[in-house]
Design a protein around this ligand. Structure first.
Ligand SMILES: Nc1nc2c(ncn2[C@@H]2O[C@H](COP(=O)(O)OP(=O)(O)OP(=O)(O)O)[C@@H](O)[C@H]2O)c(=O)[nH]1
Ligand SMILES: [Mg+2]
Length: 220
């Protein structure tokens, strides 16, 4: 590669960082990725609260709130096709500190490819399956809307989903990815009270998110 091509590449990259509003040093930048309708927006709003500041950059939406002030959450464009490598390149995902894949009801090949690509690029990755309050309500006796979660039933559901997810894995390398089953509704209802309520795995997920973010600032 010639020196000019190299300089051009670097300046383009820096320009991209600036226009995209990524503050690499001050913030822990988290990319939420998933197919359309998997619950990315509700999940982010649930975590950061309704008052979160929103900015849009080239089809990516950045959320910043006072709750986790050192974190910028990015809702990335919908993952619509099976080419995970191209998606990572097009969205420059390598510059993010953490990738959160928000999955469908069960893990599909597309989600596996997204996770696999993150691992290949050595990016920290978390898998989240949202909308758990919407699951099999009859069997698990979780009362929709009123959200009187029967805690025992909720944890039974989590165990059931964990088994189903593990069984669906094609790539065994993905089995050690931190996975959390959550509900955006639960975040909205009780983010401030998560010490008192367990619901699904919202508390564990938030703990993992905060710990991963804290490491970045600890090492700086
Ligand atoms: N019951 C329930 N419904 C949810 C939850 N999260 C999202 N939904 C519903 O699922 C639908 C899609 O949610 P969004 O948060 O808009 O999903 P998205 O991934 O941001 O969708 P796109 O931006 O279109 O890709 C909406 O109708 C939500 O009301 C949840 O935790 N529980
Ligand atoms: Mg959305």
């Amino acid at each position: 590669m010639g020196i000019f091509t190299c300089i051009y590449g670097i300046s383009k990259f820096i320009g991209w960082l600036t226009t995209k509003g990524i503050h690499k040093k001050e913030k822990f930048n988290v990319a939420f990725i998933g197919r359309g309708g998997t619950g990315k927006t509700h999940l982010i709003k649930g975590i950061f609260g309704k008052e979160a500041r929103i900015e849009e950059f080239e089809g990516c939406i950045k959320y910043e709130g006072s709750t986790y002030s050192n974190i910028s959450a990015w809702e990335m464009p919908k993952f619509v096709h099976g080419n995970a490598v191209k998606y990572y390149e097009e969205n420059q995902l390598v510059i993010f500190d953490l990738i959160i894949v928000v999955s469908q009801a069960t893990l599909g090949t597309d989600e596996e490819k997204l996770l696999f690509e993150a691992k290949k690029q050595k990016l920290p990755v978390i898998l989240v399956r949202s909308k758990c309050d919407n699951d099999d309500l009859e069997n698990f006796k979780i009362v929709k809307n009123t959200f009187n979660v029967n805690q025992e039933a909720a944890l039974k559901l989590v165990r059931h989903l964990t088994t189903k997810f593990e069984e669906s894995l094609t790539f065994s390398q993905l089995s050690n990815i931190p996975t959390f089953f959550v509900s955006a509704v639960a975040f909205q209802k009780g983010v401030g009270n998560l010490q008192q309520h367990t619901y699904f795995q919202e508390r564990e997920f938030l703990h993992c998110l905060k710990e991963t973010a804290a490491k970045k600032f600890y090492y700086y």
